[in-house]
Design a protein around this ligand. Structure first.
Ligand SMILES: NC(=O)c1ccc[n+]([C@@H]2O[C@H](COP(=O)([O-])OP(=O)(O)OC[C@H]3O[C@@H](n4cnc5c(N)ncnc54)[C@H](OP(=O)(O)O)[C@@H]3O)[C@@H](O)[C@H]2O)c1
Length: 319
């Protein structure tokens, strides 16, 4: 295989994309990242040699232009909430865009496509629009036998600037003494963003990964209540966490999805009704040893606890 020089990363301006772009750079591969809002993105996305381009990636013609002179495409686009409530926003971002990406790859002669899905993605049985549309997109990608595709399905991803621990820490700080937690029994195996980024980058030129799908998990499994208690403890926030039953969880979702910014929705609630854990974790198959939460999270949750200080010290000392 010829050496890769340039990779177009759709959705590359986000949390995971930044890590992938940096790792590509370390391997001498340029990243081209389209964004809907270049001025904002250029402040937060600092990667040497990066081509950051303002573009509407839903426009097929623009997509073909973006793919020009690229050796591979990575599609990371995903949304946790849509503007409306009928699933069409999820379908647009996940299924319709994926179809346009597949068509643009064929039109421009790009064979290599790495596609980000999610653990629990399931076109037929997924309880939420998020999971159904992610599942459908996955099926379309894996059916593209004329291309060299690989699909990744991570559990919730952690790391500095994540949307999980940081968001729970902010919500805990905002809550007045008691924090009502919906779906406390939902199970997750949080996976480190560095491991997810490594899975993408190390697979890029590995023929063994063509046509395959990889479930990516961390080394431990927790329920949501454990994870939120861990967040509070690690960030040094003293709040009573009140696990909500099913009826109250649904009620919270119904109310909060009407609040501007949709901090929580029925679709989020439905996603959490199935476990987000790996039957088999495929990270080791890719030569990656899964990183434990406790080796990373205390380093960025800003805790004042002794344990966190100890872990920060260990991280600095690279031990
Ligand atoms: N984070 C997790 O815990 C997790 C877990 C499992 C799976 N995943 C999947 O991993 C992928 C990346 O996650 P992330 O946390 O890095 O997401 P993120 O930080 O929200 O970034 C996603 C990027 O996609 C672009 N984007 C968002 N909506 C779009 C739309 N409708 N059309 C086109 N572009 C759009 C945005 O770019 P601009 O604003 O610059 O245009 C955004 O920066 C997603 O597919 C997600 O479903 C994430």
């Amino acid at each position: 295989m010829m050496r890769m020089q340039r990779v177009c990363i759709l959705g590359g301006s986000g949390f995971v994309g930044r890590h992938i772009a940096n790792r590509l750079h370390d391997r001498g591969i340029h990243a081209r990242i389209p964004t809907s809002y270049r001025e904002r993105t250029k402040q937060i996305l600092v990667v040497p040699g990066l081509e950051l381009i303002q573009a509407d990636i839903h426009d097929p013609e623009r997509l073909r232009e973006l793919f020009d002179e690229c050796d591979a495409v990575i599609n990371l686009v995903g949304i946790l909430n849509e503007k409306g409530f009928d699933g069409s926003g999820f379908r647009h971002a996940h299924v319709e865009l994926t179809d346009k990406v597949l068509a643009a790859c064929r039109d421009t002669g790009i064979r290599r496509l790495l596609h980000m899905s999610a653990l629990g993605a399931d076109a037929e049985n997924g309880p939420s629009y998020y999971q159904q549309t992610k599942g459908e997109a996955e099926q379309h990608v894996l059916a593209a036998k004329d291309l060299d595709v690989t699909v990744f399905r991570p559990s919730v991803i952690f790391g500095p600037e994540d949307n999980f621990f940081n968001q729970f820490a902010s919500l805990l700080k905002l809550s007045p003494g008691v924090f009502p937690l919906p779906t406390p029994h939902a199970r997750f195996s949080p996976v480190y963003v560095g491991d997810v980024a490594e899975a993408f980058v190390s697979s890029l030129q590995d023929r063994e990964t063509f046509g395959k799908s990889y479930d990516l998990c961390g080394p431990e499994t927790f329920n949501l209540e454990d994870l939120v208690r861990y967040t509070a403890r690690t960030a040094g926030i003293r709040r009573a966490i009140w696990p909500c039953g099913d009826r109250l969880s649904r009620l919270q979702a119904k109310v909060l999805q009407r609040v501007p910014g949709k901090p929580y929705s029925m679709d989020n609630y439905l996603s959490a009704t199935v476990d987000n854990v790996c039957a088999v974790n495929n990270l080791p198959q890719l030569g990656i040893h899964p990183t434990a939460m406790d080796a990373i999270v205390p380093g960025y949750l800003g805790s004042k606890t002794e344990r966190a200080r100890y872990n920060q010290f260990r991280q600095m000392a690279r031990r």
